[in-house]
Write a protein that binds this ligand. Structure first.
Ligand code: SF4
Length: 254
């Protein structure tokens, strides 16, 4: 039997991992899939966790996409489904078109098969995400956070209380990503809501500029269309610029 924890180094999976270690649960390996599009804060957490695992004699496994994320997003030659011809790149990842998630799931499955042993799989789904944990339970995964009754907020507090923060350096200081984002997933994820995007525009200009670069290379507007009007990165920027600064943190989410 091999005990494996799948982590993204967001608050839920990190809280799960820290508590598994603290309470001496059996754990042989920790698996992280690096899309290549994570915030720098995630990589800092990863590096710190790697040291912790090394001290505890636990294997750290890092998986990567078979092709770079940006190549799949912008350059890969793809045949149209319902018509002749090709287009280049899958475009934005998120919503119904989460091609990056499929690659991640496949890579993790492949890794588990390569273990050639019975795998007990710890997954960091919080107790207040019932829509996610029913599916995972049916797949035989272990959900320690559900057993411990830890909600998403509990997970964030648990990490903070132990000195783990998602600090991102910006020009005039440091931003804790969970103070401006609901989820610390890929910085280019089109699932980000308007509040998160507004906060990124104001507080994480380095990432916002990269979103603009991507939009210049992707026809589909980042957030699709609303009543026929495109909601691309540049349209969003125009909107945010025209808003008052007092809406920045925790502003409306429409
Ligand atoms: S976090 Fe978003 S962009 Fe990253 S793989 Fe998942 S759906 Fe795609």
């Amino acid at each position: 039997m091999k005990y494996i924890a799948s982590v993204s180094f967001g608050k839920d999976s990190l809280a799960m991992l820290l508590r598994l270690l603290e309470e001496h649960y059996p754990l042989d390996a920790v698996v992280f899939y690096d899309t290549g599009m994570e915030f720098k804060a995630i990589y800092h957490i990863r590096d710190r966790v790697k040291r912790l695992l090394h001290e505890n004699g636990i294997e750290f496994v890092e998986l990567h996409p078979s092709e770079p994320f940006l190549y799949s997003m912008l350059e890969r030659k793809i045949k149209y489904r319902n018509k002749e011809g090709y287009h280049y790149g899958f475009g934005w990842c998120g919503g119904p078109c989460r091609w990056g998630t499929s690659k991640k799931t496949n890579a993790i499955q492949k890794y588990k098969k390569s273990v050639h042993d019975i795998v007990t799989d710890y997954v960091g789904i919080a107790a207040d995400e019932p829509q996610r944990f029913e599916k995972s339970k049916s797949e035989g995964k272990r959900l320690p956070l559900v057993n411990w009754g830890m909600s998403e907020d509990d997970c964030l507090s648990y990490c903070h209380e132990r000195g783990w923060y998602w600090h991102e350096s910006v020009l005039d200081g440091v931003v804790e990503l969970y103070s401006i984002l609901d989820r610390v997933s890929c910085w280019c994820c089109s699932n980000k809501n308007l509040k998160e995007l507004r906060n990124m525009y104001w507080q994480l200009p380095e990432y916002w500029d990269q979103l603009k670069d991507l939009q210049l290379n992707i026809d589909r507007p980042f957030k699709g269309f609303y009543k026929g009007t495109p909601k691309g990165v540049f349209e969003l920027e125009e909107r945010f610029k025209n808003e008052k600064e007092d809406q920045v943190i925790g502003g409306e989410n429409k």
